[in-house]
Design a protein around this ligand. Sequence first.
Ligand SMILES: C[S@@+](CC[C@H](N)C(=O)[O-])C[C@H]1O[C@@H](n2cnc3c(N)ncnc32)[C@H](O)[C@@H]1O
Length: 353
Amino acid sequence: MLKITSALDLKDLVTFIPNKHEPIHNWYHYKEGYSKQFVELMLKKFNIQKNQTVLDPFCGVGTTPLTCKQNGIKSIGFDVSPLAAFVSRVKTADYDLTELNKTCRNVLMEKFQRPEHLPRDEWLRKVFNRYVLEDIMFYKEKIFQIQDEKIMHFMLLGLMDSAMECSYAYKDGALIRIQKKHVPPLKKYFKYKIKKMLKDLEKANVPNTECKIELGDARDLAVCDNGVDFIITSPPYLNKIEYTKIYRTEYALFFEQPKTQVRSFIEEGEDAYFRDMRKCLENFKRVCKGPMAIVIGGGCFPDHVTLVDEKIGEIAEDIGLKVKEILVARNSWCTKARTVKVGQIRESVVILE
Ligand SMILES: C[S@@+](CC[C@H](N)C(=O)[O-])C[C@H]1O[C@@H](n2cnc3c(N)ncnc32)[C@H](O)[C@@H]1O
């Protein structure tokens, strides 16, 4: 019998919302993330020490590795999305602040020149007005001329977040919608953003702790056997978000589409999802010496709900891991056609040993 305990005090902590007020964590908004406070709670719960290493195989925008770094703990993060891995790397890098300040100031002082060509991409023309798109392309070109890759990526993240702030697109759950509205001038917002990011770094004084971020697949982890001490992570939720679709604006502007697509849980259904989860758990068991905390949500379908936490617990026990407890952080209703209740689902933290 799995031990299932109510832990509603975790309700907000398993969301990205508290990160909105956290310097560095809030450089880029990632709705699918959890909070710095959640990671700190787990570091405490597992009594993680400075000479130990934490792995996040689905690191998203780096909440686990950044929090570890801020607490002087070594970490490794993987994500299959180039966008997520990029954001994580920028947030956890060590910077030479004098050089960074100097280069940022130079780019921000550049005199604006209208770019000769704007992208033909129809989507970009829908989500940005012409002036914003011109500013983005102008700064993008200047940023790509920066020799120091770390500084270039720092500024690119600032530009990416500014572009999203000045666009008509907004992310609504698993969908991306367009809403024509007043948007701030990109140039002004970008300057404000970069200044804020620089200030965050100056104030934060994050210790120079080892932190590695890799583009990689959690089903086939490039980590040696028993290579890490703990895992704190959150895989994609069943039937929830097609990551490459809702980030299409960022991809169209700054990245190539990922070569290895994450299996689309939506199109290939539940069986494929749990087969993938089994592969991930087998990898976790191989690489991790200590406990694991896995944040996961239930699956909501038109005709049934799936308690993913229990299912993951069963798979874990089947491959020889032990489920210590399942902490239920929030309960909600799965509905169809907005009003008809299909069943209750929950978001939980599965603790494995
Ligand atoms: C729930 S989010 C994790 C968010 C993270 N905890 C944070 O706070 O930013 C799940 C992440 O898993 C990534 N992902 C999906 N499939 C993956 C795979 N097979 N291997 C590694 N990462 C994967 C997605 O790109 C997404 O960033």
